[in-house]
Design a protein around this ligand. Structure first.
Ligand code: ATP
Length: 306
């Protein structure tokens, strides 16, 4: 049983006030792109996991746990518990999504493992776990996991896990520049709070950008580029100043929009067309500002059995 799940880029990430439970209230406009991890689940005596880089991807997999800390393993355990079966499966994760890159690779693996294990351990025509059950289990695993299940383009509120699909038209072409070493998502949020405190700013209540929704619905790439916005960009740049040059290099080569993806350090560039994405990718690759450069398009579907 092999399932593919996509990376995401946040078209808008509005970070609101810190809640009592330690999370922030967010408006998170997720967009799934054609950069995918693959999880294969096969019957085994016990639960085990291996992680490898996809043959065509230059992903540094060293930071990925191969024990109970792996989100795919946690996903498998949840499914087994809900089905009342022993968690007997060997999971093989093939990663093309950068690790700790702000593209929710771990969440993609969790979503893929939820679907793969649910199918492996329960292959009846009318499965016990519905799609809604998997979404609920996904939300337990992490705020970005439900989106990796549904894919497309969606607005997430709350911690980002309460999703509503967004209307989009056409396909958008992206170039992603990865960086050496990841950024820790909790540290980037903490830096966001620290910068706001230092400026004496109160976090505004997060609101979805109407300009962004219109750009998506009309397929207007220029308007989309102008509407991209990420409140975690300033803290990510504070923690990793070298990313300023990466963003500037993309803009110099005609990127319609350039922003840090999620909590970074991957930078996302919106291209005018597929052809322009090729030119932009070559320019970024040649400039030496990125560890690796990958092209992708979106929106694409969420976790899919292949
Ligand atoms: P997000 O954008 O959701 O904040 P990210 O893309 O920055 O996430 P991930 O690649 O999802 O980061 O991983 C963050 C950390 O989660 C890793 O450093 C690793 O320790 C842990 N982790 C657990 N399971 C996985 C997995 N299957 N793949 C990658 N990282 C995992």
């Amino acid at each position: 049983m092999t399932v593919r799940a996509p990376a995401k880029v946040n078209l808008q990430l509005a970070v609101g006030p810190l809640r009592d439970d330690g999370y922030h209230d967010l408006v998170n406009v997720f967009h799934a792109v054609s950069l995918v991890d693959e999880v294969t689940a096969v019957p085994a005596d016990r639960l085990e996991v291996t992680v490898e880089a996809a043959p065509t991807a230059r992903v540094a997999i060293e930071g990925v746990p191969v024990d109970g800390g792996n989100l795919a393993v946690r996903a498998a355990l949840l499914v087994a518990e809900r089905l009342g079966v022993e968690p007997q499966a060997a999971l093989r994760i093939r990663k093309a999504i950068p690790v700790a890159g702000g593209m929710a690779g771990g969440s993609a693996d969790a979503a893929a493992a939820l679907v793969a294990c649910a199918r492996l351990w329960d292959d009846r025509e009318d499965p016990l776990l519905t799609r809604d059950d998997l979404l609920e289990l996904g939300a337990v695993l992490g705020s970005d996991v439900p989106f990796a299940l549904v894919g497309g383009t969606a607005v997430g509120v709350g911690r980002g896990e309460r999703l509503t699909p967004a209307l989009t038209r056409g396909t958008f072409h992206w170039v992603f520049a990865t960086a050496d070493g990841g950024l820790s998502t909790p540290e980037v949020y903490a830096e966001c709070d620290r910068l706001r405190d230092a400026r004496g700013e109160r976090a505004p209540w997060p609101e979805v950008s109407q300009a962004l929704m219109t750009a998506l619905a009309t397929g207007d790439v220029k308007a989309l580029g102008a509407a991209l916005d990420n409140d975690l960009q300033a803290p990510a740049l504070a923690l990793r100043p070298a990313l300023r040059r990466t963003l500037a290099t993309g803009r110099d080569h005609g990127a319609i929009g350039a922003l840090v993806s999620g909590s970074g350090p991957t930078c996302a560039f919106l291209a005018e067309s597929e052809e322009h994405a090729g030119e932009l990718a070559a320019a970024l690759d040649g400039s030496g500002v990125a560890q690796s450069v990958v092209r992708a398009h979106g929106p694409v579907p969420g976790a899919t059995i292949i």
